[in-house]
Design a protein around this ligand. Structure first.
Ligand SMILES: Cc1cc2nc3c(=O)[nH]c(=O)nc-3n(C[C@H](O)[C@H](O)[C@H](O)COP(=O)(O)OP(=O)(O)OC[C@H]3O[C@@H](n4cnc5c(N)ncnc54)[C@H](O)[C@@H]3O)c2cc1C
Length: 409
């Protein structure tokens, strides 16, 4: 008798299929053709950013067309490990040096608020997406040691962000992990990113939005009362505004020196029994380069990632995938003592990053009616929420007080 489970696992590992697209309710039907030709807003990209923007705009009463050149929710969103972090990749103490205290403080505070707003939004919309509030454990590593973490705790608590410093003794005692220090803070979450995005798109569709794919936008132009987007098939679509939520891909007009594309790797274990209780209720990541991050899902799978490379293409190398997954599993075992065996899924994808770790959420340079949302790093979902809030406010002509932090650079 063939071992079907073993064969399926081999296929998932060989093909680099992200775990989430194999979960129920992770796809959404799209229209193949445009049914009308003028909308208030065209949102390009049906990942988490496009879904949140479409949800925000339709809630505000706008007519919205969402387009994607792939099937919906098949960009980098379903590859995400979906640790919804209030902690920005760049620590507050370091961000202050890069962009000044005022902007750094506001970026961190906004990030905390965005996680809370996203959790509340999924509750209001009653989305079944495994959204769970979780504390984040940020472990000392080769990038930040105990003294730097202590300063980071002080910087965060000074501006009202809750953060507790844990010593080696605390870590061994409470988590069974031998690290010199960590920061424990309460304001993060985790979810199923594909179900989250599908749920948000469904909410927008229920309010009259249209979701069409495959449609690729290849060019755009602005005129006094609107925008025109050209498709690869030679059609021209008109709207009052356009929002490009195209992830790590972008049109030449959106190129920025501060933005580049990296590759990252992730895995999901088989459901495990006997996981430590803290692991089920906490997301964890290291202050290291390369770093390890991990969380669990409701079935007891460990979903872990890291081993980032500053290169756009290496994520498509399937031989590299096996080696990276092995490294992630080994590091996880060395840190937590949990042996995951052969992962059920391993995958890799590209993601956009910026020099200062903050996204760009702004009008495309030189244009008034076209917005771009890009450069999302490791806490992309939180930044997508901020993007939806800022872009919706700008389109409604009620500018957001934090918009200046996330300008095009
Ligand atoms: C392995 C991995 C792990 C990650 N882990 C986390 C994590 O734990 N927490 C977190 O917050 N973030 C994480 N991220 C980052 C997060 O996944 C991204 O920031 C987020 O998914 C970006 O969403 P998006 O909607 O902006 O882009 P995407 O999901 O990539 O969607 C963009 C869409 O635009 C479409 N598109 C592009 N160009 C065009 C065009 N010209 N015309 C039409 N359509 C177009 C694409 O087909 C795509 O569907 C991770 C990323 C990866 C790869």
């Amino acid at each position: 008798m063939p071992d079907h489970d073993a064969n399926t696992r081999k296929d998932n590992l060989r093909s680099g299929t992200p775990f989430w697209i194999k979960t129920p309710h992770s796809s959404i039907k799209t229209e193949p053709r445009l049914s009308r030709d003028r909308f208030d807003v065209i949102v390009v990209g049906a990942g988490i950013s496009g879904a949140l923007v479409a949800e925000g705009l339709t809630r505000a009463g706008k007519s919205v067309l969402i387009l994607d050149r792939r099937p919906a929710v098949r960009g980098s969103t379903p590859a995400s490990t979906a640790m919804i972090q209030h902690e920005i990749d760049v620590p507050l103490t370091i961000l202050r040096k890069k962009i000044g205290s005022d902007h750094a403080n506001r970026a961190w505070l906004r990030s905390v608020r965005a996680v809370a707003d996203l959790v509340d939004l999924t509750a209001d919309l009653k989305l079944g997406c495994q959204m769970l509030r979780k504390p984040a454990l940020y472990l000392a590593g080769n990038a930040l040691g105990p003294r730097a973490l202590l300063k980071e705790v002080k910087a965060r608590t000074d501006i009202g962000i809750k953060a507790d410093y844990l010593t080696r003794h605390d870590l061994i005692d409470r988590y069974g992990m031998d690290r010199p220090a960590a920061i424990l803070s309460p304001a993060s979450a985790s979810a199923n990113p594909a179900q989250l995005t599908v749920g948000l798109l469904e909410a927008a569709l229920a309010r009259g939005a249209h979701l069409v794919s495959p449609v690729e936008i290849t060019d755009m132009a602005e005129f006094p009362t609107g925008v025109a987007l050209a498709t690869r098939n030679g059609e021209v679509l008109l709207a009052e505004h356009a929002v490009f939520c195209t992830g790590y891909e972008y049109l030449p007009q959106m190129k920025s020196k501060a933005h580049h594309v990296s590759s990252t790797w992730a895995l999901a274990s088989e459901p495990l029994t006997g996981l430590p209780a803290w692991m089920k209720a906490t997301i964890a990541w290291e202050a290291s380069d390369p770093y390890l991050y991990f969380r669990t899902d409701e079935m007891g799978r460990i979903i872990a990632g890291g081993e980032d490379e500053d290169a756009a293409e290496t994520n498509s190398d399937l031989r590299k995938l096996a080696a990276k997954a092995k490294t992630i599993a080994k590091k996880l075992q060395a840190l937590t003592g949990v042996k995951i065996g052969k992962p059920a899924y391993a995958w890799s994808a590209a993601f956009g990053v910026t020099d200062d770790g903050l996204p760009m959420i702004d009008r495309v340079p030189g244009l008034e009616r076209v917005f771009a949302v890009m450069g999302f790093g490791g806490n992309g979902i939180t930044f997508s929420m901020i993007a939806a809030q800022i872009v919706t406010a700008e389109i409604l002509a009620k500018p957001d007080p934090d918009a200046d932090i996330f300008r095009y650079r």
